[in-house]
Design a protein. Sequence first.
Lengths: 617, 195
Amino acid sequence: MVDAARHPNIKLLTYSEIKRVEGFIGNFKVLVEQKPRYVMANRCNGCGLCAPACPIEIPNEFEEGIAPRKAIYVPHSQAVPLVYSIDIDNCIKCYKCVDACGKLDAIDFSQQPQQTWLDVGSIVVATGFDSFDPSPIEEYGYGRYDNVITTLELERLNNSAGPTAGRITRPSDSKMPNSVAFVQCVGSRDERFNLYCSGFCCMYTIKNAVQWKQTYPDADISIFYMDIRTPAKGYEEFYRRAREMGIRFIQGRPSLITEDPETRNLFIQAEDIGLGQVIELEAELVILSTAAVPRADTEQVSTILNISRSPGGFFMEYHPKLRPVDSPTDGVFLAGAAQGPKDIPASVAQGSSAAARAARILNAETWEIEPIVAHVWEDRCIAAQGKKCGICATKCPYSAIIAEPGKAAQVTPAKCHGCGGCVAECPHNAITQMHFTDAQIFAQLHALLAKEPEKKIQVFMCHWCSYGGADTAGTSHFEYPASSRGIRVMCSARMDQDFVYEAFRLGAGMVLVSGCHPQDCHYISGQRVAAERFDRLAKRLADMGISPQRFRVEWISAAEGAEYARVIREMDETLKSFDPQALKEENERVRPELERRLRRLVEIPRVAEALETVVCV
Amino acid sequence: MQRLNQCDSTFKDEVMAEPGGENLIRCYSCGTCMATCLIRRQDPDYNPRRILRMAMLGLREQVLGSHLIWRCSACDECYEHCPQGIRISDLFKAFRTIALRQGYSPPGPTARVNERTCVACGLCVEVCPYDAVELVQKRVLGHEKTVAQVNTALCMSCGVCAASCRSASIDLLDYSDETLLQHLQQQLQAIEVAV
């Protein structure tokens, strides 16, 4: 931290808050509010004479509340920069600190919050995590029994710079405990609180236990666990070492912790799974390995930076396997436990990676983006005519569209990832996607369904998954009938219901709409938008009189070549089971309704023009 | 030795298809239920975690034939502490329903209705904490009649229905009013003699 503060290219803004972020990759504008310290940073030399003079004592957040701090304080003695701050909410303005500061005259109660706009090229989010508060788990008695503490509290007790100077004592009587029990998975892997595994608690518990045993070989140490997870390099060996040292590992989740009011010792009740019997253990100190949870202000940060959150509440990465450091917003990167619970080596690796990826942008003169971005025809956007709409902006997973009343929707090309969801969702066909325009797709449809359309299966595929699936089927020689005709778009979100109407209007026998599985979507929410749309469409088509078997929606991944072949085989069999004459009659019956629905689209001159130039084969 | 591939792997699906059995596979055998359980203090053989494990592995006969699936008193003490939100009382209800369907019978007494005297007041339906009693249309002695009916899979033999019935039309098999009163009188006589 000291090195970072001294580096000529690093400007450290501590005690500051990001208020707003505007712009896009390479061109962000960030509004930073520097909170008043009420101590002048250029005068304070960190001598610390002010703190002893302060009469106020409040729980020290850095020491997990087990030691006091003053109203004028530094978070801890190694804090960078070593400048004192006044906690104005708790300050009684007795000005004793001013007297103590004396000639330095560093205290200034007139300081105000200062806001500054910064121009930045990339942003790294490394906001860390919070520790789960175990008091809602009543059976463990945290907060009720003094001698039930959390691991972070233990870390402070164990720290030579901590409140006990590294002597581990138990809170009730300040005596050194001889028997101690650790309880794993407190608040994690628990339906009531957090479903995920925090990942690093097994290792830090073993670390604490080993450290303890090394210092006090006679100590009686037990660890209650459900599963010990030691997946990284050297971890299993460490676990083995802990067992060899005589630390007792008990598989079984404690169901109840009770206290003896006399001795203040604790009784832990659990089923020993190996034994198949309920056991009870008396310990002088119980340490709860609490889950890592998202920071309390994660929601705020995610709104400011427009980055989404995963189900557990941590910030979501662009892609869980291939882009684990990038956020969904280009130019914003994630590092450490803000993205998900991780231990120190993993946090260091991700931090270094995020720094390298952020620097890539800073070193580039220009930044290339895919040319498939969305484009608004301003004359057709009804918002420009003062009407309320903004559907495109709500469907954009990247906030690349700004829809202000009275103005046509505006796409920021640098933010657009080219899924085409807005294009398909626009009820007025006022948006198009470069290289995937309605006209281009209609032209493909006309060409593919020019001959014997009733014997064809028209397939719409997304670039990342189902097109890959079809490709795999081909390269792996999975046989399927030759009746299918594919059109590729970037995401199932781009598949306009008009495409399906047009395919049926042209007489297609079957229509298959396919895309990624929901969890695999490459455009955050594209698949969800599409799935909702086709749910509605399937009902509408059935109401119009199209046999329900003729329209199918399937989510097929790039690896599922066999699945793609199976779906096409199945659909081909269904198609063959139809009477061709009946199929044609059905098509004729619904044609007027389809034409009525499509009229709006064909009215757009740009589509019609393109269609006229189509050469049918 | 238990040969796992000879177990009935469809059993867990059958349990999960039964109302109350949905959450079976969530269990990761942490043992919280066993350590909280009140019944296991009375019956050392009783281990809810083990029964769930047996069901997951597909030991059909061992689960359905066991008297232990009838022991859960549905106090739901374990449900409050279960980190996976599994309601074991519901799961056991599912086991019992399947057991009854497949011809197993409850090992102890359950409530029974004297349909001839039942007046279908519905008091038993209201008081039953396990929703084990319902009113049904039935042919009794040649007449269409509404009477109470006990679902033996749900009945926990607590006897609250028998105690509240105003026409003495519902009782427990081995604990009918007559038997209990006889016991009481014997006890009282014994005390009188002693005095």
